[in-house]
Design a protein around this ligand. Structure first.
Ligand SMILES: CC(=O)SCCNC(=O)CCNC(=O)[C@H](O)C(C)(C)COP(=O)(O)OP(=O)(O)OC[C@H]1O[C@@H](n2cnc3c(N)ncnc32)[C@H](O)[C@@H]1OP(=O)(O)O
Ligand SMILES: N[C@@H](CCO)C(=O)O
Length: 401
């Protein structure tokens, strides 16, 4: 059975201390709950609760064109919804049905805009816990998520360690590095510098679409790799018939409109149709703020209370969340005696490999759910012999080969 619902959980107090009354959480469930088969899937930055294809929606949902992990989650897929009761909830601060900046503030009758409380990854976890309570789900068989959704998974392990049996943290890290923080900062400034942003109170008028487009283009580059960009576009011109998003200035008109530029314009256009600029500000801040060790002595200390199994998946072409960062987290887990495997996936797709390579992501996740870390598709950077394995070099920087 699949369900697409909104749960009203009453007042929700954020970790900042601010509260929102009548908080609503948009969620979808797939499969039947048997008491011990619940799997919570945490979405990435601009994802929604629509993780898998639904028979009643033809795969479509408002604002988000397709199920974002439709080849990984579903009947007979790696996260098999004929076996597991899969729950995915839109996070606080987003714009896909959960109360967010674009929702109406009951005190004013207007959208919250930037009066919405600052939101953190911890708030996402706490809201998910409230939703699960409302659904009658206690302990999770597993919590799985990618990118900032993987940070959400790590937060579950430090905040509610007894509530999780198995965890899959995919393409993620204990914290962002300075290069990614820098790019997120510029992306946010593109939004707040757009005159239509209007301090965040733009609803009902023209929105900061230009700023949001630039922000997404910066973000999108972070999700690709040098290899994937070279393969997709090289230095090719998009051709005379290509439609430029903006009329070029007179000097630029002399030079080619390249495929890479056309692609970024196309992606930005699709994104501004589907996402809210304030949500982009709130959610990137939540991601930037996340630090697993915050409030603890170390990453190891933060995870020490977790007694289940943790699978880390990282991708060799990902410079947003690198193999090295995942390996450092794996080291912290080993120090804390957490039962862990760090499975490194060979890929030149960049960060979004976890979305576009289901054939590589699926088998280890399926094993995790079925057998735990002993599954045959799961490898570890520390094999039984305790020797360090070799893994391919990663693109450690946006600017270096
Ligand atoms: C939780 C979440 O994941 S959030 C939701 C999903 N993620 C995102 O939206 C992140 C941003 N998007 C992406 O990273 C990617 O587009 C993905 C992951 C969704 C899909 O990746 P891929 O399958 O490799 O598709 P790709 O990035 O090549 O984009 C293909 C699109 O670009 C278009 N395109 C490709 N080259 C060009 C070009 N030179 N000029 C203009 N458009 C182009 C294609 O026509 C295609 O259009 P369509 O989406 O309307 O069919
Ligand atoms: N493509 C992802 C990026 C973060 O993983 C998203 O838009 O959510």
């Amino acid at each position: 059975m699949t369900t697409k619902e909104t749960a009203s959980i009453g007042a929700f107090e954020f970790l900042s201390g601010e509260s929102v009354p009548n908080f609503e959480i948009a969620y979808e469930t797939y499969g039947d709950f048997t008491g011990d088969n619940a799997v919570l899937v945490c979405h990435a930055l601009t994802g929604s609760a629509h993780v898998a294809r639904r028979p009643d929606s033809g795969g479509q949902t408002a604002g988000q064109a397709r199920a974002w992990w439709g080849d990984v989650v579903g009947p007979g897929k790696a996260i098999d919804t004929t076996e597991y009761y899969v729950i995915c909830a839109n996070v606080p601060g987003s714009c896909y049905g959960t109360t967010g900046p674009a929702s109406e503030n009951p005190e004013t009758g207007e959208p919250y805009g930037t009066d919405y409380p600052p939101v953190t990854v911890g708030d996402w976890t706490r809201a998910q816990r409230r939703l699960l309570d409302a659904l009658g789900v206690g302990r999770l068989h597993a919590v799985i998520g990618g990118s900032v959704g993987g940070m959400n998974v790590l937060d579950w392990l430090r905040r509610f360690p007894d509530d999780v049996e198995r965890a899959g943290a995919v393409a993620t890290a204990a914290r962002l590095d300075a290069q990614c923080l820098a790019l997120d900062t510029i992306a946010r400034r593109a939004i707040t510098g757009d005159p239509n942003w209007n301090g965040g109170h733009y609803y009902g008028g023209p929105g900061p679409e230009e700023g949001l487009a630039r922000a997404r283009q910066i973000g999108h580059i972070m999700y690709l790799s040098k290899a994937s960009m070279g393969r997709k576009f090289g230095r090719r011109s998009a051709g005379r018939e290509a439609v430029r998003e903006e009329p070029p200035d007179p000097a630029a008109a002399f030079f080619p409109y390249r495929e890479v530029e056309s692609y970024l314009d196309y992606q930005a256009d699709k994104f501004t149709d589907r996402f809210d600029a304030n949500s982009y500000l709130y959610l990137t801040r939540a991601m930037d703020d996340f630090d697993l060790a915050a409030g603890y002595e170390s990453d190891a200390d933060a995870l020490a209370a977790f007694e289940g199994e943790l699978l880390l998946l990282s991708f060799t072409g990902d410079w947003h969340f690198t193999v090295d960062q995942a390996e450092s987290l794996a080291g912290a887990c080993r120090e804390a005696a957490v039962d862990i495997a760090h499975h490194v996936v060979e890929s030149d797709h960049g960060h979004d490999a976890f979305l576009v390579e289901p054939e590589k992501v699926g088998p280890p996740l399926s094993n995790l759910l079925e057998e735990g870390l002993a599954g045959r598709a799961i490898t570890d950077t520390v094999p039984e012999s305790d020797e360090q394995t070799e893994f391919a070099p990663v693109h450690t920087s946006l600017f270096s080969e």
